[in-house]
Design a protein around this ligand. Sequence first.
Ligand code: NAP
Length: 253
Amino acid sequence: MTGAVHRQVTIVTGGSRGIGAATVELLAAAGHSLIIGYANDEKAAERSAAAARRLGAQRLIVKADVSTEAGAEALFAAAVEHFGVVTGLVNNAGLTAHIGDLADTPVQVIRRVIDVNLVGAVLCSRRAAQLMSTRRGGGGGAIVNVSSAAATLGSAHEYVHYAAAKAGVDALTVGLARELAAEGVRVNAVAPGTVRTDIHAAAGDPDRVERIAARIPLGRAAEPTEIAPAIRWLLSDEARYVTGATIRVAGGL
Ligand code: NAP
């Protein structure tokens, strides 16, 4: 896509680290202007922005908790203020936070995981729909939700509440895709399997990736750079006839 008319301005929530940072790099290389959302780790967000800058992309970092209405609003307000438009949203911010049986999981952990992974995606998608829908005066666009293979596997003994949140993300994808299909906005999802990022250590299990590699049909976990291309493609004009789809990038899981 070239020219001002087709300029792509994309918000990547959780764009500071892991899958989000890999996505920022690929989108920067593809010519997107980027809003890189993060929650706490400003240095990581600045590293991600520096990578985008080296690739020639316009970019800014925005500290915003996606689980709040104010956080979702801040991302879009920054995009409109700096770039004048928003054409893409990657709902990537997420966490697992804790590993164990549901019976042993603190209620506040359950609420946080559902708030960030599901409510965050719903709130950001709501704001995207308000701004992008051609029926509401927007110019159209595309949303990609980062779901998980957990949504269909259920994640017994690890985090069934996280799996339930991601199944909610899959329902959001199908429903909103149909709601916005005639309004110029496509909505799709990517469902990774196990990816080598900080998410596992942050949940207290830094060795999880190695431990479960043997259970993955392709025999290993993915790198973030192996997830990001599906996200970039779903945002691109090549995917213009694709909506309501979830692309599983899970090594056979
Ligand atoms: P990660 O490396 O731990 O990075 C998480 C990102 O989300 C960081 O940028 C973090 O910001 C941001 N974030 C966390 N809570 C947030 C909040 N409340 N508001 C805004 N941003 C927030 O995670 P990852 O593994 O790349 O995961 C990215 C997505 O992929 C998640 O939705 C996850 O569920 C999904 N996924 C991951 C795997 C896997 O095995 N890694 C598998 C399937 C699906 P800070 O840097 O400021 O903390």
